[in-house]
Design a binder for this molecule. Structure first.
Ligand SMILES: [Cu+2]
Length: 125
């Protein structure tokens, strides 16, 4: 009887730990902030602004090709794991979620058009 009680306690403890771990993982996966960018007139948001981000935060970039004529754009972040992908047609968008590293300065660019893009700066906490 004692053995069964001990096993039961152990099983409950393991289940509790697994539940807690799963819960924490779920929180870490969700983006904390969405940054929307419009690609038009060969720029991001008209002025290729410098973007400021916080160490460790999860950022979802939503990048939309808003050109009125048939101009294709492509999005990447140099130095982060966000490479060029298929070019976006007008009206198409790409969503990328990244975890911001502790420090650094990165660049978001259009792979197709040199000069189209800006800085992504990680600000100290
Ligand atoms: Cu472009």
């Amino acid at each position: 009887m004692k053995r069964i009680t001990l096993s039961l306690v152990l099983i409950l403890a393991l289940a509790g730990a697994a539940w807690a771990l799963a819960g924490h993982e779920k929180v870490a996966e969700g983006p904390t902030r969405t940054v929307s960018m419009s690609m038009s007139d060969y720029t991001f948001n008209g002025t290729n602004p410098t973007l400021h981000v916080t160490p460790g935060e999860r950022v979802k970039f939503v990048v939309t090709n808003d050109e009125r004529s048939r101009v294709l754009h492509n999005f990447r972040i140099v130095g982060m794991d966000v490479p060029c992908e298929r070019e976006l047609l007008p009206g198409e968008k790409r969503e990328v979620t990244v975890t911001i590293p502790k420090s650094g300065e990165f660049a978001y660019t259009c792979c197709t058009h040199p000069g189209m893009g800006g800085k992504l700066v990680v600000d100290a906490r």
